[in-house]
Design a protein around this ligand. Structure first.
Ligand code: NAD
Length: 490
């Protein structure tokens, strides 16, 4: 068993196990494969961890299969208590997890601790509460009675992206509450916090094999999980392109249940009757928080023509100000983007916008420093067909346009293949309700953006995917309903 030591908040040393977490042990990949982890703030090497191969995925699946035989018979209260115990440990060690997410992902420490870790804890406690409430129904039939049982699916898997650690817990908490065993593949850019969670799972007292955590490449470990005949369900969060590959792999193999949480191109709509200060606050956060590396980013901003120029001036003034640097420092308001590939992708979209003559309000350049820093950027007067208006950039790039009527902006907002989330700013309640009804997105926020609550479901419409994280709907995706019909022979 090997480990690596890194420095987190206030220079504290954090020791992280580097092996694959299988059967409650950290073990190297069978062929010794590893992957390197980088610190995007300094563009330097941070750690090397094991990289799961096909044969390691097999081992993890066998561990989860063996564990399921007894885990499925455990008292629901046992699952509840273990999830609550894990929540306590995650809360206690929140600064460790937030430090790791900051140094390997570039996320601001305070965002990670205040939102990502906090939501991890919330989700664990919320689904702990569901563990003994996964109930069926009874029905009358002519022969007697029928009832339904919502049973665990069995050996399940999850593949998660580098943004953010809370997504890992959106999968783990309901999967385990429902009585499944789980293999989670963490993202290649950010495996370190997942390694720490492995230690926490063991400390909480989960039986070996109930949760296995595999760092590894998507094209190797992710592919092996997607194609595995003994994985009965796979929950995925990531890009639309990978989502398609996973569905194809599921179809080629055992037709496993698949749920997909994919990308977004979220419209934020500002009517002239809105509280403009509030709209400015949320639209700015919506595209600059975590450098726009959020599936729910409010990356398309539509502003009513009567307030358009005034809004642009204020939006630009507020969103260009950022102190970039070390995400562990309290004065930093902007971290690096997650990787050099991510930086190049963002800058290439900015170049497309500039070269096609779009009006650049601010930003558009790489910021000084060795790390992957990019300026908050906004283009105005962007047409519906422009790539910066249509494609998910996953960076701090706002595409802004004006509109005059309610129907016009509904049509523009819905003119997208994606449908994850949207935001509406207005003080007219009837308008807020009408527009919320009309928008083709899985979530609509009114007079705010991006709020996360463990008891409200989250997921997409259209090519943003299907299935739900969080909320009681999430449990449906981790159970299978069995109907039993009983002939009373009377
Ligand atoms: P990605 O699709 O490249 O990677 C996501 C995960 O899939 C990683 O763990 C990766 O290793 C794995 N993967 C890659 N190729 C694979 C393959 N062939 N088979 C199986 N697994 C494979 O996405 P990313 O760049 O890590 O994340 C950014 C994307 O995720 C964005 O599109 C964003 O919108 C989306 N996202 C969606 C949500 C949501 O809840 N809807 C949340 C966060 C991120």
């Amino acid at each position: 068993m090997t480990s690596v030591t890194v420095r987190g908040i206030e220079g504290r040393e954090i020791t992280v196990q580097t092996g694959l977490f299988i059967d409650n042990e950290f073990v190297p990949a069978q062929n010794g494969a590893t992957l390197d982890v980088e610190n995007p703030t300094t563009a330097t090497h941070l750690a090397t961890v094991s990289a799961a191969q096909k044969e390691d995925v097999d081992l993890a699946v066998q561990s989860a299969k063996k564990a399921f035989a007894t885990w499925k018979k455990a008292e629901p209260s046992t699952r509840r208590e273990l999830l609550n115990k894990l929540a306590d440990i995650v809360e206690r060690d929140g600064p460790v997890l937030a430090s790791l997410e900051a140094i390997e992902g570039g996320f601001l420490y305070r965002d990670s601790l205040g939102l990502h870790v906090a939501q991890a804890v919330e989700n664990l406690r919320y689904f702990a509460g569901w563990a003994d409430k996964v109930d069926g129904t009874t029905m009358s039939i002519a022969q007697g009675l029928a009832y339904t049982r919502r049973q665990p699916i069995g050996v399940c898997a999850a593949i998660v992206p580098w943004n953010t650690l809370m997504i890992f817990f959106w999968k783990l908490a309901p999967a385990i509450a429902a009585g499944n065993t789980l293999i989670i593949k963490t993202a290649e850019l950010t495996p370190l916090w997942g390694q720490k969670v492995g230690e926490m799972i063991r400390e909480a007292g989960f039986p070996p094999g109930v949760v296995n955590i595999l760092p590894g490449l998507g094209s190797v470990a992710g592919q092996a999980l997607s194609e595995h005949d003994e994985v009965k369900k796979l929950a995925f969060t990531g890009s639309t392109a990978t989502g398609r590959r996973i569905m194809q792999a599921a179809a080629r193999s055992n037709l496993k249940k698949v749920s997909l949480e994919l990308g977004g191109k979220g419209p934020s709509i500002v009517f002239d009757d809105a509280d403009i200060e509030n709209a400015l606050l949320w639209t700015t956060i919506g595209i600059t928080a975590s450098n726009g590396q959020i599936c729910a980013a409010g990356s398309r901003i539509y502003v009513q023509d009567t307030i358009y120029e005034k809004f642009l001036a204020e939006f630009s003034k507020r969103s260009r100000d950022a102190v970039h640097g070390d995400p562990l420092l309290p004065e930093t308001t902007k971290g690096a983007v997650a990787s050099s590939a991510q930086l190049d992708k963002i800058l290439s979209y900015v170049e497309k916008g500039k070269s096609s003559g779009l009006r650049l309000l601010h930003g558009g350049e790489k910021l000084p420093g060795d790390g992957y820093f990019v300026a908050n950027t906004a283009f105005a007067d962007v047409g519906q067909s422009h790539s910066v208006m249509r494609e998910e950039i996953f960076g701090p790039v706002a595409s802004i346009a004006s509109f005059s009527t309610e129907q016009e902006v509904i049509d523009k907002a819905n003119d997208s293949d994606l449908g994850l989330n949207s935001a509406v700013f207005t003080n007219n309640v009837n308008r807020a309700l009408r527009v919320s009804e009309a928008l083709e997105t899985g979530t609509v926020t009114v007079n705010c953006w991006g709020l996360v609550h463990a008891n409200t479901s989250f997921g997409g419409m259209k090519q943003s995917g299907f299935g739900r994280d969080m909320g009681h709907e999430a449990l449906d995706g981790w159970t299978v309903t069995k109907t039993v019909k009983y002939n009373l022979l009377n």
